[in-house]
Design a protein around this ligand. Structure first.
Ligand code: G
Ligand code: G
Ligand code: NA
Ligand code: MN
Length: 258
């Protein structure tokens, strides 16, 4: 599998692709942007999920090349669809890109991203970078420096899967982050569990107090939406609002949103 991944990454084979999942404003139902999610289907085999091939890339020295491919492909798509949206007089939508611990540990990351933004004619504001708590904590000082540089380019930064890692207040104090994404394990319990609602209420208050916006991940049922709205959550993401889809169908509006 490692040989196949190396081949796919180095030759930028079409067996690697990006899917996009919408991030939807809870209050209006509008799509604010999309998260790019890497997909890999080696020739003749079933899809290998990113939970397998991302760690495999990390373990085999391919994390930076895979990550560079993802960044490049997501920026290409972002530039193309926003160009057509502008022609039609629509507001632009941003794209979120996941970064791994290895990518974040590369001191050149922000500079390389800056070069790529220019090459694609994009403003930093159109791109958000998502990081998990564990990716940040593997080298916090370097991570914090890189996050500052990314913000210096105008990009937004997001903490992914919040609540499942260490969620320490001491690093929240220091992290230059714009978006807090609450892990789907909390969102899926919201409707039926009062304690979970209380935890999410506090997470939203904490994020807003720190000047961050909040995304609830894993929204799967209609009943979740009014609860999220009541708790003050800004955005939602999940199968109810839109499944990850290939580029061609990416800008269709979800029909289920209130
Ligand atoms: O898309 P799916 O639910 O299978 O994703 C599983 C995990 O893989 C998620 O944690 C997601 O953030 C991660 N992932 C998806 N695409 C990328 C990517 O391009 N880079 C990194 N580092 N992680 C990704
Ligand atoms: O770790 P991260 O949040 O980046 O993971 C994103 C992954 O979560 C994507 O691979 C996507 O397929 C998956 N996902 C997105 N929405 C939902 C949802 O509503 N329910 C579940 N179970 N998974 C989801
Ligand atoms: Na993510
Ligand atoms: Mn997430």
């Amino acid at each position: 599998l490692e040989t196949a991944l190396r081949d796919a990454v180095q030759h930028r084979r079409s067996e690697l692709m990006l899917h996009y999942q919408p991030v939807v404003a809870i209050a209006t139902g509008r799509i604010a942007g999309f998260e790019a999610l890497a997909r890999w289907r080696p020739r003749g085999l079933d899809d290998v999920p990113p939970s397998v091939f991302v760690p495999l890339a990390e373990a085999s020295g391919l994390a930076d090349s895979l990550g560079d491919w993802v960044i490049d492909a997501a920026m290409t798509d972002c530039a193309a669809w926003n160009a057509s949206r502008r022609e039609e007089g629509q507001e632009t939508q941003n794209v979120s890109i996941n970064l791994s611990a290895t990518q974040l540990a590369n001191p050149d990351l922000a500079q390389r991203i800056g070069t790529r933004l220019e090459r694609h004619g994009l403003k930093g504001q159109q791109i958000c970078f998502e990081l998990t708590e564990s990716a940040i904590l593997s080298q916090p000082d370097l991570a914090i420096r890189t996050l500052h540089s990314l913000r210096g380019l105008g990009c937004a930064t997001a903490i992914d899967d919040f609540g499942t890692g260490y969620s320490s207040f001491s690093y929240l104090q220091r992290l230059p982050m714009d978006v807090l994404k609450i892990d789907r394990s909390f969102i899926q319990d919201l409707v039926h569990n009062e304690r979970t609602r209380e935890i999410v209420r506090v997470m939203v208050g904490l994020a807003h107090g720190l000047g961050m916006t909040v995304v609830g991940e894993g929204v799967e049922t209609r009943e979740t939406l009014p609860v999220l709205a009541r708790l003050g959550c800004d955005y939602g993401q999940g199968f109810l609002l839109g499944r990850p889809q290939a580029r061609a169908t990416m800008d269709t509006q979800p029909s289920q949103v209130a």
